[in-house]
Design a protein around this ligand. Structure first.
Ligand SMILES: Nc1nc2c(ncn2[C@@H]2O[C@H](COP(=O)(O)OP(=O)(O)OP(=O)(O)O)[C@@H](O)[C@H]2O)c(=O)[nH]1
Ligand SMILES: [Mg+2]
Length: 376
């Protein structure tokens, strides 16, 4: 059997989390049209059956990461650290590039001339901590900065890696085929990628070939996770993420970027004991969840709550549906909003949001697989 860790890297909005979900067939990571949706690294585990004469059975642990961008706040620096952490444990790296964005960039200026003018980010080393870069604190503004130089920042990260790197051109369902070939040609000259694979996570285009090439590359080894485990995240954290996803959908401007979600209460339903053999409960059991939504200013709190609480209700309704399908129970969800001024700049607050730190505080040991991995 083969097994290994595959880090998924890319700029914000490249389609990393969508790909992770398509590969695992589960909603492992939240997705939105807004950049910087993912804040923590999360694993999605894929079991690949053996194909006679093609490849042996494999377990691939995909690790989704936050989009690489120039850090403005402490939260941004923490997100970049999550990228470095994913790069520390990897057998293979997938670099995702949004094909639609690259086509636009090429049409606008010509990739190569832009890259040659870019700042020398390649001095950065994975594991060397956050780079000294500054940019505006707000994501929308950051998106307008020089695309090519931020791509170069990403190239700087991968240039130091001693493992194979695959380039994945994503969202190809949105790009005419005749525009893809020149793009692949340009990118081939930019970096020595082991493979360049065009994919569409939405249409599942290119995913089979991707999985096959990954299995070819992975070393022989045993499973890192039990066969039926599809993620390393605790359910509580996934619930918090689903609430954050609903905030991303329901609010605009800086509100989603200034929002964080913490689960305060998570009461699982009592175990159903059937009186008669084979009896099922009349209604699905109920999970009671209370969560705090943190934001930075009173104005943001007012937006999150909305007129007469209407917005908070919409956020709750949107999240509840997804939480119910995650947990397989009915869910009673209670949300409230707390202002924590400037929390994105607070090291201790940002650290406290990380579920790995939360587990440590609760005195829960990470799973043995994780512990073994962390010791490596
Ligand atoms: N048409 C199309 N859209 C896609 C595809 N993959 C992702 N998207 C869309 O692209 C947007 C960003 O997707 P995400 O998966 O959240 O991107 P990400 O790279 O994880 O973004 P961050 O977490 O912000 O770094 C979403 O609106 C997705 O629906 C694809 O294959 N085709
Ligand atoms: Mg993401």
């Amino acid at each position: 059997m083969k097994s290994g860790f595959v880090a998924i890297l890319g700029r914000p909005n490249a389609g990393k989390s969508t790909l992770l979900n398509a590969l695992t067939g589960e909603k492992v990571a939240i997705v939105s049209a807004k950049p910087q949706t993912t804040r923590n690294r999360v694993a999605g585990v894929v079991e690949v059956a053996a194909r006679k004469g093609v490849h042996p059975a494999a377990q691939i642990v995909f690790v989704d990461t936050p989009g690489v961008h120039k850090p403005g706040s402490h939260l941004d620096r923490r997100m970049l650290q999550e990228v470095y952490a994913a790069l520390e444990t990897r057998d293979l790296v997938l670099v995702l590039m949004d094909a639609t964005r690259r086509v636009q960039l090429e049409a606008a200026v010509g990739v190569e001339s832009q890259v040659s003018k870019a700042r020398p980010f390649d001095k950065l080393r994975a594991g060397s901590g956050a780079p000294e870069l500054s940019d505006g604190p707000d994501a929308p503004k950051r998106e307008r900065t020089n695309w090519a130089s931020e791509d170069e920042f990403l190239f700087g990260l991968i240039r130091k890696l001693d493992c194979p790197v695959f380039l994945l051109l994503t969202k190809i369902d949105l790009v005419p085929k005749d525009q893809l070939l020149p793009l692949i040609d340009t990118l081939t000259r930019q970096f020595n990628f082991a493979e360049i694979i065009p994919v569409s996570a939405r249409k599942r285009d290119g995913l089979d070939i991707l999985v096959r090439k990954i299995v070819d590359t992975l070393p022989s080894g045993e499973r890192y996770y039990p066969k039926d485990q599809y993620t390393d995240q605790p359910q509580r954290f996934m619930v918090a993420e689903l609430i954050r996803e609903s905030i991303l959908v329901e609010t605009g401007e800086e509100v989603p970027y200034a929002s964080a979600v913490v689960i305060e209460r998570f009461e699982e339903p009592p175990v159903f004991v059937p009186r008669k053999k084979g009896a099922v409960p009349a209604r699905l059991p109920l999970t009671r969840i209370a969560a705090a939504i943190y934001c930075e200013r009173d104005g943001q709190k007012a937006i999150l709550i909305g007129k007469g609480g209407a917005k908070l209700k919409e956020i709750g309704t949107g999240a509840r549906r997804n939480i119910e399908s995650l947990l397989g129970t009915r869910v009673y969800l209670e949300l409230h909003v707390i202002v924590e001024p400037n929390w994105r700049e607070s090291k201790s607050f940002v650290e406290s949001l990380d579920w790995r730190n939360q587990l440590e505080r609760l005195g829960v040991e990470p799973s043995t697989e994780q512990a073994a991995e962390e010791e490596k």
